[in-house]
Design a protein. Structure first.
Length: 276
């Protein structure tokens, strides 16, 4: 079977152009430019191709099939142990970089890090000292793979329940980023494909709001300088009103300011808290 024939077969599985070429790169070991110029070349590993087709029939996400997801221009290893990075989460990185604005010697803390995509990207682009935290040992194994893959430095990994490792070890940061589990267990909008992703990275108690409440109650304890800090948390597109209510209830210091940010699909996606 040629590359062109394989392309046509993959197209039958309702994949977009990008996903098709991700699979073709996975099957051939060649990048897009080579594939375009060699449409008549044969797919040599047919058993690998058959495994891909079987996985597609089972609705396995392409990122898990090829063990890769590009995030903010960086390729991250992913498998069933971690959530697949979403393009919406790139908003967290964009806003974090704006706040940093070439500031050096800052400490970045990435909570619920999963594959490490947010924290590793920020470290790669700024080289600021970074902590990556997650409750899941399995997720942190994937995170370690991505640390080795991207060859970033000045990063420490901590395992534990949300803020606990920071509070116990009295670790404080300047920039806190977090994409926590935020889906309500009763949410009817959850897609079928998420069944392959780790459920503890998707769902949270208290109508999906557990981690926001805990953060709003405790974040001043993990900030180095309350006169110069930034906290950015992602949330679900229908959670803005509930999160704003939590903020008003639990964040009592009037010196802190907050704002909500929309993603490229015009959905409310993040809350950003600073001192200015």
């Amino acid at each position: 079977m040629t590359i062109h024939q394989t392309y046509l077969e993959l197209k039958k599985h309702v994949l977009n152009q990008s996903e098709i070429y991700e699979i073709l790169e996975y099957l051939t070991g060649h990048k897009y430019d080579w594939l375009i110029c060699h449409q008549d070349k044969l797919i040599e590993n047919m058993s690998k191709y058959e495994s891909v087709i079987e996985a597609l029939k089972q609705s396995v996400p392409v990122a898990y099939i090829v063990n890769n997801k590009r995030f903010y221009g960086i390729d991250f290893f992913v498998d069933h142990r971690v959530l697949i990075p979403r393009i919406e989460t790139e908003l967290v990185v964009e806003q974090a970089l704006k706040w940093l604005n070439n500031q050096n010697n800052k400490v970045i803390i990435d909570l619920c890090t999963g594959s490490g995509n947010i924290g590793i990207t920020l470290n790669h682009l700024t080289n600021n000292s970074t902590y990556l935290l997650d409750l899941s040992h399995q997720a942190l194994e994937v995170c370690k793979i991505n640390l080795a893959k991207t060859q970033v430095t000045n990063i420490q990994i901590l395992q534990g329940d949300f803020l606990e490792p920071l509070l116990v070890n009295q670790i404080k940061g300047d920039l806190i980023v977090c994409n926590p589990p935020y889906i309500d267990f009763q949410d009817v909008n959850v897609g079928f494909s998420t069944k392959y992703e780790p459920q503890n990275a998707l769902f949270a108690d208290e109508n999906g709001l557990k981690f926001y409440k805990e953060m709003f109650l405790n974040f001043p304890k993990i900030i180095k300088d309350l006169n110069n800090f930034c906290l950015i948390m992602e949330f679900g597109f229908e959670q803005k009103v509930a999160i704003e209510k939590l903020y008003i209830e639990f964040v009592t210091d009037k010196n802190f300011k907050h704002k909500f940010l929309k993603d490229n699909s015009n959905n409310w996606r993040c809350i950003m808290i600073t001192n200015i």
